[in-house]
Design a protein around this ligand. Structure first.
Ligand SMILES: [Zn+2]
Length: 166
């Protein structure tokens, strides 16, 4: 018998993990996931966009409009930053997989944490000010930027565990 050939590539596997993490996000409009991987293809950390610990998903605003105090932008921690902050070990030299190209604020954290490479999927904000600034800093810092060849889509199916009901 020969081995399976239609398995996920490393890129697909890690981007899939980023997408799985994104499914944890409570943001009604944008769900972004990130995964940090070391040079031996070991998963170091994951993250998704959400409010800081202790800031309730039910009390803080998810709105996109209404000004600084009452829109989500002032409060949300992006997936990339959460993955860096959640990591149990330094991420210097690691690769960051992220479903959306990082903003300028995350770019600063990515650079300072020593992430060597970013593998991203969507770049839907290409050409916006934050995106231009982000790329300018990441390129200046020598962070390798790679867009994946294939877009990964997960489908999750929930089934009630019948064993539990016996
Ligand atoms: Zn960001």
């Amino acid at each position: 018998m020969t081995k399976r050939l239609d398995t996920l590539s490393w890129d697909e596997y890690f981007m899939g993990l980023a997408h799985l993490s994104a499914l944890r996000s409570k943001d009604p409009n944008t769900q972004v996931g990130a995964a940090i991987i070391d040079e031996n293809n070991r998963v170091v950390s994951v993250g998704y966009n959400g409010f800081p610990r202790g800031c309730s998903d039910d009390e803080f605003p998810w709105d996109r409009e209404g000004g600084f105090l009452i829109s989500k932008y002032a409060y949300v921690v992006h997936a990339e930053l959460n993955a860096i902050l959640n990591s149990p070990r330094p991420v210097r030299g690691c690769t960051l997989y992220v479903s959306l190209f990082p903003c300028n604020e995350c770019a600063k954290a990515i650079i300072q944490a020593g992430i060597a490479k970013i593998v991203y999927e969507s770049d839907k904000y290409d050409g916006t000010d934050a995106n231009i600034v982000s790329k300018r800093m990441l390129r200046a810092a020598g962070v390798e930027l790679v867009q994946v060849d294939n877009t990964i889509r997960l489908s999750v199916e929930r089934r009630t565990n019948s064993e539990k009901n016996k």
